[in-house]
Design a protein around this ligand. Structure first.
Ligand code: CP3
Length: 357
């Protein structure tokens, strides 16, 4: 398994950022760390801003408040990266689909049900509609301490398609999987629109100052191996190709959630610079099968961060001892949960900072 695309030259400014160095495959005295969903309701300072913001989408489209939410975890925990405060569902919103976030229930969308619904989407609107997100990135880039990298992100086409077709958090994925199986031509049309919209959005984020990009494929694990090839690997490879044209210098991290041994195929065939692994992946397998080929990010169980104590400390040390000597980014296996005590996150940040290979 070898990479087909060369590692791009890093600029001098990114060379002193630990995250960028790890993604350029350098082995460092200690790995960089940040946490997926590090901004959110578990932080009292987030809840304070959230109350002022109105709807969740208004919050995402307020550069002032979104920039504040982006910076909060960096201030509190000294993470090596900030991830722009936004959501994967700004893409369906920009495409013209009705999207709402209900308190306690999560996202609700007016579901796509026909070819006509797909034809009504407008990929041409993405860049203008999402300009507030790019303004958030410009502000955050100017405000971040030296050495802290700024991450832009999007949902991978398959995961965003799941929400668009299901109309809500797709726990069962009944509609989306039935579409992929029974109506492959329509699914392909929707995925192609999402590739175009997502490429535009990620390129605009890099233009606005994102130094690293992450693709969240949260629902990749619901696919069979053949479907995963078609609906996750192929669209991701196309996205990576499109982003590399204007931005060869920006590394891309891919996170196909819960795909087991298929992480190896994903790392080999999508062309991403690094893979983020969920908490079910055995560490030694990741060290043997993934890390020789690309940097690995992950994979502490977010529930251990809720319970804390010795099990949290032991698992953090175990992850560091197995993966910390190769190119590695310390992160969770999925997002920080709302019931997480922030003190546990501070303790984890100290453990990583104090570790040395
Ligand atoms: O700190 C960060 O990581 C940056 C911001 C970020 C959010 N969502 C903010 C958010 C990121 C990277 C995301 C990604 C995202 N959004 C994913 C992929 C990662 C994953 O968790 O699988 C998905 C599937 C979504 C869709 C989404 N947005 C859901 C299912 C929900 C409701 C559930 C929940 O956790 O609340 C959201 C809302 C959302 N996105 C919140 C935040 C902080 C909470 C809303 C609130 O504060 O009222």
């Amino acid at each position: 398994m070898t990479r087909t695309t060369p590692v791009a030259e890093s600029s001098p400014a990114t060379l002193n950022k630990l995250l960028c160095r790890a993604l350029a495959r350098q082995v460092l005295p200690r790995p960089p760390f940040w946490f997926m969903r590090q901004a959110g309701r578990y932080l009292p300072e987030y809840r304070e801003v959230r109350e002022k913001a109105g709807s969740f989408l208004d919050f995402c489209y307020s550069p002032e408040l979104a920039c504040e939410a982006t910076l909060q975890p960096v201030r509190r925990f000294g993470t090596d990266a900030a991830i722009v405060f936004s959501d994967i569902l700004v893409i369906p919103d920009a495409l013209g689909q009705a999207v709402d976030f209900l308190p306690q229930k999560g996202p609700i969308l007016e579901p796509i049900r026909s070819v006509g619904d797909i034809e009504a989407l407008s990929p041409g609107r993405v860049r203008d509609h999402l300009d507030p997100v790019y303004e958030t990135l410009r502000r955050a880039r100017g405000a971040l301490p030296q050495g802290v990298a700024l991450i832009g992100f999007a949902g991978a086409p398959w995961t965003v398609a799941c929400y668009m077709v299901e109309g809500s958090a797709p726990w069962e994925l009944t509609c989306a999987r039935a579409w992929a199986r029974d109506r492959p031509a329509e699914t392909q049309t929707l995925i192609s629109i999402l590739i175009e919209a997502t490429a535009t959005h990620l390129i605009a984020q890099a233009d606005a100052g994102a130094e690293v990009l992450q693709l969240f494929d949260t629902w990749a694990g619901a696919l069979t191996a053949a479907e995963f090839e078609r609906w996750s690997i192929a669209p991701t490879a196309e996205l990576v190709r499109r982003i590399r044209e204007p931005h060869p210098e920006v590394p891309i991290i891919g996170f196909p959630n819960k795909v087991g041994r298929l992480y190896a195929a994903y790392a080999e065939r999508t062309g991403v610079d690094a893979v983020s692994i969920d908490s079910t992946v055995p560490l030694q397998w990741a060290a043997n099968e993934l890390q020789p080929h690309c940097p690995v990010q992950g994979n502490l169980d977010p529930y251990l961060l809720v319970s804390g104590g010795k099990p949290l400390r032991d698992e953090a040390q175990r992850i560091l001892s197995v993966l910390g000597r190769g190119p590695f980014v310390f992160n969770l296996g999925h997002g920080v949960l709302p019931q997480t005590p922030p003190e546990h996150v501070s303790e984890l940040a100290d453990i990583i900072r104090d570790w040395s290979s």
